[in-house]
Design a protein around this ligand. Structure first.
Ligand code: GUN
Ligand code: ZN
Length: 428
């Protein structure tokens, strides 16, 4: 039993549905084997559990562990190539690096770099876009199990329009995926996701084979890309003349449902938004990536109007790093600047998008996403160095919302002093 005495910010009710920031200046979270069993005044917790260890976190701010709904494991060393649109960036920057994961030793080193990036940024759960190589997926799952993060990921599949070493066949993709599912799905905090790279590089039969895997393996997820870039969309339209639109290429293959997370959707049609809303699929909004690749302004307002679930993704390596604080403030910037009229995002919206919304998209919201009684203790403790601008800003903030705004505006992984998953320390 541990009592965490802290200033806690979370969003148990969505600010998109009338909720506000829940901020408590001095609250005790009583954690028993990873489970938050009580949330109360410190004196009450102390007298109920006189022998419990007390961890005093009142010098900073405790928030729920961050949830990244779109982040590419093979691209950790490819972050920071600027100045190219999607298809050129893939050819020149991302795919040559992804081919290197054919070497299992290279993949092992990369998996370590990748998982360190996540934990350092305070990310405790993620939908991880995997590798085209099954051996590289073993390296990721193995190390993720050791670190303890909640990782959903799968073998990336493609059978056209990519460099030859990254291509597979329908038969091979099914055999390798099923083998990974059998060995990793449901083991500890790990789950499997069917992952066609995008319809631009995956034919109808390959997509349908993913749909069959989904039907045969209850509880697995789906992730891919959608409507990111106009050239990509035109390419998909030419490759799938019979499909209504880009989303329909996944829908026809049986890949659309509540366990589906599709990244980007910067240029959706009305039919696609309606179908996303109906199906319960979630969209990962990757704001720094949308800026880096000049993909466009994410139409958040239209997603909300159609009841589409949205959360944040870092989209490393087109995104500029693992920090969901940065993704949050960039989402804010782009909504502010969108000439077609963005949503005025408050700090509470940003926290919600970076935590509870992601937990919902990953169907982890019964366990994590906020710091209520009954949830597992996944948390990030923000404690900037005293005297640094963020520490000064938090100290002099006029309100809790103001303090949270400063955390998003100025916070970096360097300000995240400690991170827990299920009550276990994974950083600090
Ligand atoms: N579409 C297909 N692959 C990728 C990728 O690696 N990054 C992004 N941003 N979009 C993609
Ligand atoms: Zn991506």
């Amino acid at each position: 039993m541990i009592i965490y005495r802290a200033r806690v910010f979370d969003t148990p009710t969505s600010p998109f549905a009338g909720g506000t920031l829940r901020a408590e200046a001095d609250v005790a979270l009583v954690v028993d084997r990873g489970l938050i069993v009580s949330r109360t005044a410190f004196a009450t917790a102390r007298s109920a559990h006189p022998d419990a260890e007390v961890i005093d976190l009142r010098d900073g701010v405790l928030i729920p562990g961050l949830v990244d709904t779109h982040v590419h494991y093979p691209q950790v060393r490819a972050i920071g190539h600027l100045g190219r649109p999607l298809l050129e960036w893939l050819d020149r920057c991302a795919l040559p690096e992804e081919a290197r994961l054919a070497d299992a030793d290279y993949a092992k080193a990369l998996a370590a770099d990748f998982l360190r990036g996540l934990t350092a940024a305070g990310t405790t759960s993620a939908m991880v876009f995997g590798s085209h190589f099954a051996s590289a997926m073993d390296a990721l799952f193995q190390q993720a199990a050791e670190v303890g993060l909640r990782i959903t990921s799968g073998l990336v599949t493609s059978d056209r329009n990519l460099p030859e070493p990254l291509l597979t066949t329908v038969e091979r993709s099914v055999a390798e995926s099923q083998d990974l599912i059998d060995r990793w799905h449901g083991r500890g905090r790990l789950r499997f996701a069917v992952t066609p790279r995008f319809s631009y590089s995956a034919g109808q039969e390959l997509l349908a084979a993913g749909g069959a895997l989904l039907a045969e393996n209850p509880g697995i997820f789906v992730t891919s890309h959608l409507n990111e870039n106009r050239d990509e969309i035109a390419g998909v339209s030419a490759l799938f003349p019979e499909a209504h639109d880009y989303l329909d290429t996944y829908d026809r293959a049986g890949l659309l449902g509540r366990r589906t997370i599709l990244a980007h959707n910067v240029h959706p049609g009305e039919r696609e938004l309606t179908r996303l809303g109906e199906s319960g699929a979630a969209v990962a909004h990757c704001s720094t990536s949308n800026s880096t690749l000049a993909s466009g302004f994410f139409p958040l307002r239209r997603h909300i109007e159609h009841g589409v679930r949205v959360a944040l993704g870092s989209d490393v390596g087109a995104g500029t790093g693992f920090s969901l604080l940065k993704e949050g403030v960039q989402a804010y910037f782009m909504q502010q600047l969108d000439p077609s009229g963005g949503v005025a995002l408050t700090p509470a919206h940003l926290l919600h998008l970076a935590t509870a919304a992601g937990a919902q998209a990953l169907e982890l919201d019964a366990e994590v996403g906020d710091l209520s009684v009954g949830k597992r203790f996944d948390a990030a403790y923000i404690e900037p160095t005293p005297g640094e601008p963020l520490a000064v800003g938090i100290r002099h903030a006029g309100s809790d919302e103001d303090a949270l705004a400063k955390i998003f505006a100025m916070g970096t992984p360097g300000d995240i002093a400690r991170v827990w998953v299920d009550g276990e320390l994974v950083k600090g």
